[in-house]
Design a protein. Structure first.
Length: 159
């Protein structure tokens, strides 16, 4: 089952999305299993979670995905710790030139927009925070003060 909300940053290699199975109370195990199969069919073999909790990580491992966890709780912490998430994603992309990587948070909101823009900056797919956020808007994700604060500093630590 194709996920409701996602965006390819690098086609067939790097995507951002809401949590497989849906967000919050609308989350469904059946939907999660179907979406994970869809992601696998798209070539995704690794999942990086930005959820505050370890929800679903064991399920991803059991389904055969490589998993990384970067719990991001506040905009200040996200701005500080995003370079480590970007470095992990870069490592996964370099480790296997064929396998795709999915990066997710709970829902398609400004957190996800911040992830998307930070990845674009950290992987040098955008030159400035403004151009990264413009691309995020093109992906259909909401950009406001939270997303802007997450990408507020240059991602030089992830370079």
């Amino acid at each position: 089952m194709e996920p409701r909300t996602y965006a390819w940053i690098i086609p067939a290699r790097l995507a951002v999305a809401e949590r497989p199975g849906g967000a919050g109370r609308s989350h469904s195990r059946e939907r999660r299993a179907a979406e994970l199969e869809w992601w696998r069919g798209q070539g995704v073999g690794a999942i990086v979670s930005g959820l505050r909790t370890r929800h679903c990580l064991a399920d991803y491992v059991d389904a055969g995905f490589a998993v990384r966890w970067h719990p991001l709780e506040t905009p200040e912490q996200a701005e500080r710790d995003m370079p480590a998430l970007v470095a992990d994603v870069r490592g996964l992309l370099e480790e296997d030139p064929i396998r795709g990587v999915l990066v997710h948070c709970d829902m398609a909101n400004e957190w996800l927009a911040g992830f998307d823009a930070s990845l674009r900056l950290g992987l040098r797919l955008a030159r400035t925070p403004r151009s990264a956020l413009r691309a995020v808007t093109s992906d259909g994700l909401p950009v406001g003060s939270l997303a802007t604060s997450i990408v507020g500093r240059p991602m030089s630590a992830a370079a």
